[in-house]
Design a protein around this ligand. Structure first.
Ligand code: EPU
Length: 326
């Protein structure tokens, strides 16, 4: 980690009003883990957000934008650069279109859409974090995914310093994937296209989703949601070792996606502890901070889980959680 010079820090503090120093990231992550951001700035509108990135770039300072901190693991040493939180909270319903800025809480957008009599976004009540994060990772749960509802995304494209609007097909969405993960962008807002529905039915659907999540996932504990992506396979020969060892549920074979939590469960890792960090004893894809946990312990525990799943079941799990400052 290259330390920022005092000159770089002073210059950014002069240019960016409201920037603070040494902000503990543990205050801003659902994991409640993470050392200090050397510089930290909360952006309330798109111009401030883009302006902060330009200031950092011009001063040669590494920068990183986040929304809700629900899918982040920040290192114990923190981040030697500028961390920018998107607090752009604008939300507007126009007919069946819902325009949300990147800092809107995703579950709140789901509720607002339902209140406006729209349907198709109820599943998002089960997604932690903000719309920006949800777009970045093409978040999904209970059968829905951002890619099914996004019409356009407005972003700042870093490579040519341009504000751009992408149509859905240009966003490169895949399972927990988007072009925003592959090419540096700052997501500013999006418009979702929903259908006309019924508020009472949408509320019932959201209640069911919340109840389902509570019954399966350790929501009362600090975590970053699912830490691994589910394993997608193109052809069943990739499952040879797995199928020799265990019976794979038919639904997973049909969806061509093996639940990472189920795999972790099969290798007996539920409840496994390292320092203040534990693989949840309720869902194998949740790693929880039981108190005073360190990022280093999360990494070690995730590595151990990956090794066991690879050695015993022949499957290499990939991280879903976003690592910052490592
Ligand atoms: N299962 C086990 N043991 C476990 C975990 C799961 O046997 O420890 C079994 C379950 O009983 C079920 C199956 O595995 O039969 C699938 O589990 P679940 O329904 O919990 O779904 P998942 O595939 O593990 C995915 C998403 C979640 C999302 C849920 C609900 C990923 C990586 N995970 O989990 O998303 O909430 O479906 O739709 O895609 C996230 O992305 O952060 C996340 C939590």
């Amino acid at each position: 980690m290259k330390m920022l010079s005092q000159e770089q820090i002073d210059s950014l503090v002069r240019q960016l009003s409201g920037v603070v120093r040494d902000e503990p990231m543990s205050k801003h992550t659902n994991f409640r883990i993470g050392g200090p951001a050397r510089l930290y700035f909360v952006a309330n509108d798109a111009d401030h957000l883009v302006g902060a990135v330009r200031n950092a770039r011009d001063a040669g300072i590494p920068w990183f934008v986040f929304g809700g901190g629900s899918n982040l693991l920040v290192s114990d040493e923190g981040y030697e650069g500028l961390v920018i939180q998107s607090a752009l909270r604008g939300l507007k319903v126009d007919g069946a279109g819902v325009t949300c800025e990147s800092g809107v809480i995703t579950a709140l957008a789901a509720r607002k859409a339902a209140e406006a009599g729209l349907t198709g976004f109820e599943w998002a009540v089960g997604i932690p974090g903000t719309i920006g994060g949800a777009l970045y990772g093409n978040a999904g749960c209970f059968g829905g995914e951002m890619k099914d509802v996004v019409e356009t995304v407005d972003a700042y494209r870093v490579v040519d310093d341009a504000r751009v609007t992408y149509a859905n097909a240009e966003c490169g969405f895949g399972y927990r994937e988007s072009r925003f993960k592959r090419e540096p962008h700052v997501i500013l807002s999006c418009t979702l296209r929903l259908a006309t529905g019924d508020t009472a039915a949408a509320r019932r659907c959201m209640d069911e989703i919340i109840a389902m999540r509570k019954s399966k996932q350790p929501l009362e504990q600090s975590s970053a949601g699912c830490v691994f992506k589910n394993f997608e396979f193109a052809d069943e020969s990739q499952l040879d070792i797995l199928r020799r060892s265990v019976d794979v549920p038919g639904a997973m074979l049909k969806n061509r996606r093996i639940s990472a939590g189920w795999l972790v469960d099969q290798v007996g890792m539920l409840g496994k502890t390292m320092g203040g960090i534990q693989v949840s004893d309720r869902h194998g894809n949740f790693v929880v901070n039981t108190g005073g946990g360190r990022a280093q312990d999360v990494i070690s525990l995730m590595s151990l889980v990956k090794m066991k799943v690879r050695d015993e079941l022949g499957i290499l799990l990939e991280d879903e959680v976003q690592l910052v400052g490592f």
